[in-house]
Design a protein around this ligand. Structure first.
Ligand code: MG
Ligand code: ZN
Length: 189
């Protein structure tokens, strides 16, 4: 069991973002996502997905459909020799003011309790401001994935990540660099 975990956003980070995705056939890994995850695994990191799916709370699709999407996601990853340790999902709408809709930290705390890790030693990776805010809220290292430079320019002040990258391969390189920094500082060099 891994002792350190990367907390990944799903839509727009791991798979192609499609509004209220509920059709398993429409699940498509982003370019270089599998390669990036493989590199993170090699570095010894567990992989946990945390995703906001308010489409359930809004009645646009069901838990069963969301589960089918995740089954397809796991199938696509398995074909790449990969697996996810866990998937956490918030089904609520913003109006419900739950404890788990990102940027609220509920899913990270649930994952940390289930897998026994310190959220402050985790890494949050996502494409949206709420992912960065979530990471900051739990004291994690944050990596924002953006497809275009303008997305960086439009980033809000409190959602500026520790690092900004284009895809999960670049994110894996940042993970490796971050690990070395932490190891060096903890060994007092
Ligand atoms: Mg996203
Ligand atoms: Zn929730």
């Amino acid at each position: 069991m891994p002792s350190r975990f990367v907390l990944l956003d799903r839509d727009g980070t791991l798979i192609v973002k499609r509004p209220y995705l509920c059709d398993p056939r429409a699940v498509e890994l982003l370019p270089r996502a599998a390669e990036g995850l493989r590199a993170m695994r090699r570095l010894g990191w567990g992989l946990i997905v945390a995703t906001n799916q308010s489409g359930i709370g809004r009645g646009f699709f069901t838990w069963e459909q969301a589960a089918a999407v995740h089954a397809r996601l796991r199938e696509l990853l398995n074909a790449e020799g990969l697996f996810l340790d866990d998937i956490f999902l918030c089904p609520h709408t913003p109006e419900e003011q739950c404890r788990c809709r990102k940027p609220a930290p509920g899913m990270v705390y649930d994952a940390a309790a289930a897998w026994g890790f310190d959220p402050r030693a985790s890494i949050v990776i996502g494409d949206a401001a709420c992912d960065v805010r979530l990471g900051r809220a739990v004291g994690a290292f944050t990596i924002r994935t953006v497809q275009t430079a303008s997305a960086v320019a439009h980033g809000l002040e409190d959602a500026v990540a520790d690092e900004t990258v284009r895809d999960l391969v670049e994110a894996a390189a940042v993970v490796e660099r971050h690990m070395r920094c932490v190891e060096q500082s903890s060994s007092g060099r």
